[in-house]
Design a protein around this ligand. Structure first.
Ligand code: AKG
Ligand code: FE2
Length: 217
């Protein structure tokens, strides 16, 4: 499942992140790339352990969002990287590593920190079997996509692209099961909003709980 959440960060949170990143030390992004991704990764990343408080802001913002909760079912949001692309930088086609330390990467996200008008190029391109889609979101908005896709970041030709990328280990490993749960839960919530706690709502709630009991790991 691929989806966007506009304005997942508040204006204040975005400002705080920009303030801290303005003076922070960035290092070559190749240090955290897998052996083949190193060949195509040309960007900079915030030095490890520097951005703990910024990471907390991002994790909390995603965690509190109902769509992220229901669509992703996060067990752990992990491996956040504040990444910077100056002119000439890009990240060529790759799939994300399946494991990052002890966590699985099921679902990837890119949270855009720069305004899209602040740079040229720098689109996140998600490649399908016979087509591809380019994304360049406004600052504070996030795109969430399966970690299993091939994707790339086009070269920045002007300005600077700041993003935070990260991964989620989902309680539900299988994307098809995750989607079934999402659909049923969405209908359940909509029924509740329209008619309150009806017997139909109770049955759907029971199904969501029982499917989670079968599938969650
Ligand atoms: O910067 C982005 O939008 C994506 C970066 C990426 O694909 C990665 O870090 O694995
Ligand atoms: Fe990636």
């Amino acid at each position: 499942m691929l989806f966007q959440i506009p304005d997942v960060l508040s204006v204040d949170e975005l400002r705080q992140i920009h303030e801290e990143l303005a003076t922070a030390e960035f290092v070559d992004g190749k240090t955290t790339a897998g052996w083949y991704a190193k060949q195509v990764k040309n960007n900079q990343q915030l030095k490890r352990n520097v951005g703990q408080s910024l990471e907390s802001i991002v994790k909390a913002a995603l965690s509190r969002h109902p769509l992220f909760q229901v669509a992703v079912r996060p067990k752990q949001i992990h491996s956040l990287r504040f990444s910077r692309y100056g002119v000439g930088m890009s990240y060529g086609t790759h799939a994300d590593n399946a494991m990052m330390g002890r966590y699985r990467a099921d679902v990837s996200f890119t949270l855009f920190l720069s305004e899209s008008t602040d740079y040229e190029g720098g689109e996140l391109v998600i490649e399908g079997a016979d087509d591809e889609q380019a994304y360049k979101l406004k600052a504070g908005s996030v795109i969430v996509y399966p970690s299993s896709t091939l994707h790339r970041v086009n070269e920045v030709t002007q300005g600077q692209r700041l993003v935070v990328v990260g991964w989620t280990h989902s309680l539900i490993r299988d994307p098809a099961q995750r989607e079934l749960l999402f659909d049923i839960d969405t209908v359940r919530r909509s029924l509740f909003a329209q008619h309150g706690k009806t017997p139909e709502f109770d049955l759907l709630s029971k199904s969501v709980s029982n499917l989670l009991r079968r599938w969650a790991e």
